[in-house]
Structure formats: structure tokens, C-alpha cells
Design a protein around this ligand. Structure first.
Ligand code: HEC
Ligand code: HEC
Ligand code: HEC
Ligand code: HEC
Ligand code: HEC
Ligand code: HEC
Length: 509
């Protein structure tokens, strides 16, 4: 034993000796690049106008993952080196190069190395930025997790908002939303990776940004005014598929005196009034309590007239401030009920209304109990021709082409509106605009919500719209001065019924 070995080696020197091996060096390189990328993602995240929930995954999960790998490689290399040294094996060391810039050979080597480094870092930065952009894209949100988002994406593409990106409604700026969306983004990726996501993706979205930050960036509530004429066309389920047309002036209204009298549907909800409500079910369909504070600060509380309602308890429950999404809850993911989808196809002549009972047959085929899309598509291809062969053999022969087209159209409707793989259809995601297939406005406007002073949230048929005309099979059944809606079947006082009790959107009226 030499005297030199007795002297304890300084720690830093020993460490350096341990780290001087190819594995640890590769680890160091990986760690440095990861740190640079983390820093970069972080920077993008800070300065980006809108941050994506998924950049967090890159910045705080994937890049750090590489960093950990790098650190692990360093440690592993050092451990192996130590084992070798202890065993007295040949030292696998890589002494540092002595750089002499006066040597032309070395000089060019250094220049190429620095050049390489610059190119590498730039490319890596560009890659990071591209990755960031990708997480912002509709493609990423709608298609990456194909089955998960398939229904939402399909409906979105067919909606008035098909050109608005997902993040414009679902994410935005602001510190608390930033953190929330980061967390939920990470959770979603895990759920998709491990196939633990719920089917269907539940609605409503509890951490959706307030409408002021999303919808109102494009739609300026002060600038709504007037009314709009809407034409509703239905086809009866009879042999002739009799068309029925209703023309209505929908009193959309507005809230700014400068653009017209504050009135109508939009006025009371948004500008100066506050409406809070309590819903007792997950989908916000049952509303026993409503709290209204008007412009002057007067408060009115409405309770549903359910004899079992415990008023003290219901006012204490979590409230929701009404905004755009409480009526427009399906601005883009619109799952059209089969009844309406078939009406639309008949109106657009994609379905031939001269085929007897085509309305009824199409709706029946669409509302079957299907486990898979393929199963449904096949069943549709069998059931519709089978109906005509058995009930109308003449027509089955003379209108072969029309029947074949009808099958294709009904299959298309199914693919657009019903998603058995995600257990999603029009019934799982009710649309709150209107009151025909779902309770919608009638959740509050049912004539059963009364204040202590006896004020009722109105169900009068003319407060929201004015009937302009109504026709059945081309014959007028209601025109001025008889301007009340004429129900095809006499139901007596219409304010005493709920349309969605009978009109389910599927089979039936
Ligand atoms: C015009 C605004 C808007 C756009 C654009 C938009 N969404 Fe939505 N999204 C909503 C609203 C509003 C809801 C439901 C609100 C509620 O009832 O809580 C929703 C709900 C969802 C849900 C929950 C399930 C459901 O249907 O209620 C998913 C998932 C979803 N969106 C994904 C997407 C994806 C993916 C995109 C892009 C392809 C996208 N969204 C684009 C507004 C939008
Ligand atoms: C990035 C801008 C943008 C955002 C954000 C946005 N919209 Fe729109 N919205 C539009 C445009 C543009 C149209 C008109 C589309 C057309 O007529 O083709 C539209 C149309 C509409 C319509 C009329 C639809 C119809 O059937 O004609 C409604 C209702 C609507 N938006 C509600 C909303 C709601 C509710 C939100 C928030 C959840 C929202 N929008 C968010 C741009 C936006
Ligand atoms: C009380 C329910 C309700 C609320 C709250 C509400 N809307 Fe509407 N909105 C309606 C109804 C009903 C219509 C008429 C729709 C129809 O018949 O197609 C409409 C129509 C619209 C239209 C198309 C009408 C036009 O004049 O072109 C837009 C855009 C719109 N709403 C945006 C919004 C925005 C943005 C908000 C939030 C600031 C909002 N709405 C809040 C019920 C509501
Ligand atoms: C969460 C409960 C709630 C829902 C849902 C709701 N409203 Fe209202 N609405 C009210 C309340 C409360 C009032 C009465 C405000 C007051 O005067 O105290 C009101 C008043 C109105 C008025 C003014 C009535 C008048 O006498 O001038 C119109 C129009 C209206 N609502 C349309 C609609 C439409 C259309 C829908 C569906 C798209 C709808 N509301 C959904 C709570 C609701
Ligand atoms: C609180 C407001 C409100 C009240 C009260 C109301 N409606 Fe409506 N109604 C609407 C809205 C909003 C639409 C349009 C929905 C849409 O654009 O899809 C509508 C649509 C309709 C339609 C056309 C539906 C379709 O799809 O063909 C009929 C018919 C109708 N209403 C009849 C009535 C009758 C009858 C009453 C009285 C019992 C009544 N409404 C009371 C808001 C109201
Ligand atoms: C008791 C059940 C019942 C209730 C409640 C009901 N309807 Fe109907 N509705 C029917 C029946 C039955 C038909 C006729 C179907 C046929 O002849 O094809 C019909 C047809 C219609 C049609 C013609 C549409 C079509 O497909 O031919 C409209 C529009 C309509 N109803 C609106 C309403 C409105 C609005 C309300 C609520 C204010 C309402 N109904 C409530 C049973 C009902």
C-alpha cells in the first residue's frame, strides 16, 4: 500500500472520476436538453395568449420524465464505474480534452461542435413550439383520443361553430382557469391512456369557463335586439308523411336601450339582472328554486309548488348563476333527436317523402336498441327494405333506388347523432333551448314556480314567440287574427301540458 492511497481523495475529485464515463455523460446531455425544454415550455406557457391544458403535460410531465431518465443514467454510469474501480479493473475514464484553439484542426472541430449545438437547440425549441401548437389544435382535441371525443367532434363539425376552435370555448386566460385546465388536462390524458374515462363523457361541464370569457368574446350581449322569424317543419308519422309548418317570430330581444327597448328572451337574463338557481339533479333538469335580483336590487325568490319541497333546505344548496350556457348548452355538440333529424332530411329532400310511412320507419329504425354502430347500420339496411317488401311490394319494386337512398340517408343520420360505443344519444345530452323535446325553458317557465307575493314565472304561449302562421299539408290552420298555436290533437289548455311528456324526440308523436 502506497502512502498516496492512505490520503483520502477529495470528494469532488472522486465524483468527477466516477462521472467520467460514457453512460453518465449521455445522461448529462439528456438532462441538460430536458431542462432547456422545460424552461422553454414554461416560457411558452407564460407568454401564450391562451394556454392549452395539455402544454402542462409536456412542461410538467413528459420533459421532466426525460430529466429523471437523464439523472438515472448519470447515477447508473457512476455506479458501474465505481464497481469497476473497486474491482481494480481498468479505469474506463475519459479525460477532458485539452482544447488549443491555435491548432487549426482543433479549431474547426470546436466550431463544428458549437454549430451543431446551436442547430440542435434551435430544432429542439422549434419542436417544442410545434408540440405546443398541436395541443391547441382542433385535431388534437377532437381526434387524438378518437373514441373518447368522437361524438363531440362529429357534432361540432356539423354545427354553426365548426370554425371556432375547441380551446376558444373550453380554455382561456386567467390564473385560476390556467391551473384548473392544467389539472383536468392531465387527468384526461391518464383517463384516456388507461381507458378509465366515463361513457358518455358527462355533461354539464363543471369547470367550463364563464360565458363572459368565451361566448361573449364573439357574441356581444348588448348588441342583440329584435326578433327572428323561424320556420319549423315537421312531418307526420302517417302514410303520406303529411308536412306541418309553423312560422314563429322568436322574441330574442336585447338589453341595451340604445339599440331598442330592452325586452325579450335575452334581456332579462344577462345585462343587469342576476338569476341564480338550484338544480337537484346532475343534468340541471329539475329546478326547485330560483333567485332573481333585478336592476334596482329587488330580490324575488321563486319556489316550485311541489308539496314535498323543503324550502329551508333547498335555498342552502349550491347555486348556479345563469349564463348563456344554461339555455345554449348545446351550441356546438348538438345531438339531434331522430324525429327532428328525419324531418330535416325530408325537408332537404335527402329522404323521399313519397315513400309511404318513411318518417315513421326511419325514426323506428333510428331508435332501436343498438350496442354498436356497425350493428345499427346493418339493422337499418335490413329493416327499411323489409317493411316495403312486406307492406308495399309494388313500391318495393318501382322505387328501389329511392329505398336504397333512404337506407343510406338513415345510416348517415345514425352515424351523426347516435354513438352506442360511447353510450351517447340525444337523450343523454338534453338541449335546453326551447321546450319541445326537452323541458328546456319549461324547467322554470312551467307556471308552477311561484314567489311569496304570488308572482308566477310565466308559461303564456306568447311571451317568448308570436305565431305568424301554421299549415298542415299545405292548408292554413292558424292565421291572423286566430294567432294561437293549434295543436294537431286537441289538448285543451296548452299551458297545462308539458310538450316533452309526449314529444320524446324518438318514437311517438
Ligand atoms: C362554441 C363553443 C364550443 C366549442 C367550439 C367546443 N365546445 Fe365542447 N362544449 C361546449 C359547451 C357549452 C359544452 C357543454 C356545456 C354544459 O352543458 O355544461 C361543451 C361540452 C363538451 C364536452 C362534454 C360532453 C358534452 O357533450 O356536453 C366535451 C367532451 C367537449 N365539449 C369537447 C369539445 C371538443 C373536443 C371540441 C373541439 C372539437 C369542443 N368541445 C368545441 C362549448 C364548445
Ligand atoms: C370565436 C368566436 C365564437 C365564440 C367563442 C362563440 N361563438 Fe357562437 N357563433 C360564432 C359565429 C361566427 C357564429 C355564426 C355562424 C354562422 O352563422 O354560420 C355563431 C353562431 C352562434 C349561434 C347561432 C346558431 C345558429 O343556429 O344559427 C348561437 C346561438 C351561438 N353562436 C351561441 C354561442 C355560445 C352560447 C357560445 C359560448 C359557449 C358561443 N356562441 C361562442 C362565433 C363564436
Ligand atoms: C333564457 C335563455 C337564454 C339565455 C340565457 C341566452 N340565450 Fe341566446 N338565445 C335564446 C333563444 C331562445 C334564442 C333563439 C334561438 C332560436 O330560436 O333558434 C337565442 C338566440 C341566440 C343567438 C342567435 C340569435 C340572433 O339574433 O342571431 C345568439 C348568437 C345567442 N342567442 C347568443 C347568446 C349569448 C352569447 C348568450 C349569453 C350572453 C345568450 N345567448 C344567452 C335563449 C337564451
Ligand atoms: C332558471 C330558470 C329559468 C329558465 C331555465 C328560463 N327562464 Fe325565462 N325567466 C326566468 C325568470 C325568473 C323570469 C322572470 C323574471 C322576473 O320578472 O322576475 C323569466 C322571464 C322571462 C321572459 C320575460 C317574461 C316577461 O313576462 O316579459 C322571457 C321572454 C323568458 N324568460 C324567456 C325564456 C326562454 C325562451 C327560456 C328558454 C330558452 C327561458 N326563459 C328559460 C327564469 C328562467
Ligand atoms: C319561456 C319561453 C316560452 C314559452 C312560455 C313558450 N315557448 Fe314555445 N318556444 C320557445 C322557444 C325559445 C322556441 C324555439 C326553440 C327552437 O328554436 O328550437 C319555441 C318553440 C315552439 C314551437 C315550435 C317547436 C318545434 O320544434 O316545432 C311551438 C309549436 C311552441 N313553441 C308552442 C308553444 C306553446 C303552445 C306554448 C304555450 C303553452 C309555448 N310555446 C310557450 C319558448 C317558449
Ligand atoms: C298528450 C301528449 C301530447 C302533448 C302533451 C303535446 N303533444 Fe304535440 N302532438 C301529440 C300528438 C299525438 C301529435 C300528432 C302526431 C301526428 O298526428 O302525427 C302531436 C303533434 C304535434 C306537432 C306536429 C308535429 C309532428 O311531428 O307532426 C307539434 C308542432 C306539436 N305537437 C307541438 C306540441 C307542443 C308545442 C306541445 C307543448 C305545448 C305539445 N305538442 C304537447 C301529442 C302531444
Amino acid at each position: 500500500m502506497s502512502a498516496e492511497a492512505e490520503k483520502p481523495e477529495p470528494v469532488s475529485q472522486r465524483l468527477r472520476r466516477l462521472l467520467r464515463n460514457p453512460i453518465s455523460m449521455a445522461g448529462t446531455a439528456l438532462a441538460v436538453v430536458s431542462i432547456a425544454n422545460i424552461f422553454l415550455f414554461f416560457l411558452i406557457d407564460l407568454i401564450a395568449e391562451r394556454s392549452s391544458p395539455y402544454i402542462g403535460i409536456l412542461a410538467y410531465m413528459i420533459a421532466p420524465g426525460f430529466l429523471v431518465c437523464g439523472l438515472a443514467l448519470i447515477a447508473f454510469g457512476a455506479w458501474r464505474q465505481r464497481k469497476k474501480l473497486v474491482a481494480g479493473g481498468p479505469e474506463e475514464s475519459m479525460p477532458y480534452p485539452r482544447i488549443d484553439l491555435n491548432d487549426p484542426g482543433q479549431r474547426s472541430a470546436v466550431i463544428s461542435f458549437v454549430g451543431f449545438l446551436i442547430v440542435f437547440v434551435t430544432l429542439s425549441a422549434a419542436g417544442s413550439y410545434k408540440a405546443f401548437e398541436y395541443t391547441e389544435s382542433v385535431q388534437f382535441c377532437g381526434q387524438t383520443c378518437h373514441t373518447v371525443m368522437h361524438p363531440e367532434y362529429t357534432a361540432y363539425q356539423l354545427s354553426p361553430h365548426a370554425r371556432v376552435t375547441c380551446v376558444e370555448c373550453h380554455v382561456g386566460s386567467g390564473a385560476s382557469w390556467y391551473v384548473k385546465s392544467k389539472l383536468s388536462g392531465a387527468r384526461q390524458v391518464f383517463a384516456a391512456a388507461f381507458n378509465t374515462f366515463p361513457r358518455p363523457i358527462p355533461t354539464p361541464v363543471h369547470n367550463l369557463r364563464p360565458a363572459q370569457d368565451t361566448c361573449e368574446q364573439c357574441h356581444w350581449p348588448k348588441k342583440f335586439y329584435g326578433a327572428q322569424l323561424k320556420v319549423f317543419t315537421h312531418y307526420s308519422s302517417d302514410e303520406k308523411n303529411t308536412p306541418r309548418q309553423i312560422r314563429m317570430l322568436i322574441k330574442t330581444g336585447g338589453g341595451d336601450p340604445a339599440t331598442g327597448a330592452p325586452e325579450g328572451i335575452h334581456w332579462h337574463m344577462n345585462i343587469a339582472n342576476e338569476i341564480d338557481y338550484v338544480a337537484t339533479d346532475e343534468k340541471r333538469q329539475v329546478i326547485p328554486y330560483i333567485y332573481v335580483k333585478d336592476m334596482q336590487g329587488r330580490v324575488t325568490e321563486y319556489f316550485s309548488q311541489d308539496p314535498n319541497l323543503n324550502k329551508e333546505q333547498v335555498v342552502k344548496q349550491a347555486r348556479r348563476r345563469m349564463d348563456c350556457v344554461d339555455c345554449h348548452n348545446r351550441p356546438t355538440h348538438i345531438y339531434i333527436p331522430p324525429d327532428l333529424a328525419v324531418d330535416q332530411s325530408l325537408l332537404a329532400r335527402r329522404l323521399d317523402a313519397s315513400l309511404p310511412f318513411i318518417k315513421q320507419q326511419a325514426v323506428t329504425a333510428l331508435t332501436g336498441d343498438y350496442q354498436t354502430t356497425e350493428g345499427a347500420v346493418q339493422k337499418i339496411a335490413e329493416s327499411i327494405p323489409a317493411f316495403y317488401e312486406s307492406k308495399y311490394p309494388e313500391i318495393a319494386k318501382s322505387k328501389q333506388l329511392e329505398i336504397r337512398n333512404a337506407v343510406e340517408e338513415v345510416q348517415q343520420i345514425f352515424r351523426r347523432t347516435t354513438f352506442p360505443e360511447m353510450k351517447l344519444n340525444w337523450q343523454t345530452h338534453p338541449n335546453n333551448l326551447g321546450h319541445f323535446y326537452f323541458n328546456g325553458c319549461f324547467r322554470c317557465h312551467d307556471g308552477q314556480h311561484v314567489s311569496a307575493q304570488g308572482k308566477v314565472i310565466s308559461k303564456e304561449c306568447n311571451i317568448c314567440h308570436t305565431l305568424m302562421g301554421q299549415e298542415e299539408g299545405g292548408v292554413s290552420v292558424a292565421a291572423a287574427p286566430k294567432i294561437n298555436f293549434q295543436h294537431p290533437v286537441d289538448l285543451g289548455d296548452m299551458t297545462q301540458v308539458n310538450c316533452s311528456d309526449c314529444h320524446s324526440g324518438g318514437n311517438g308523436p
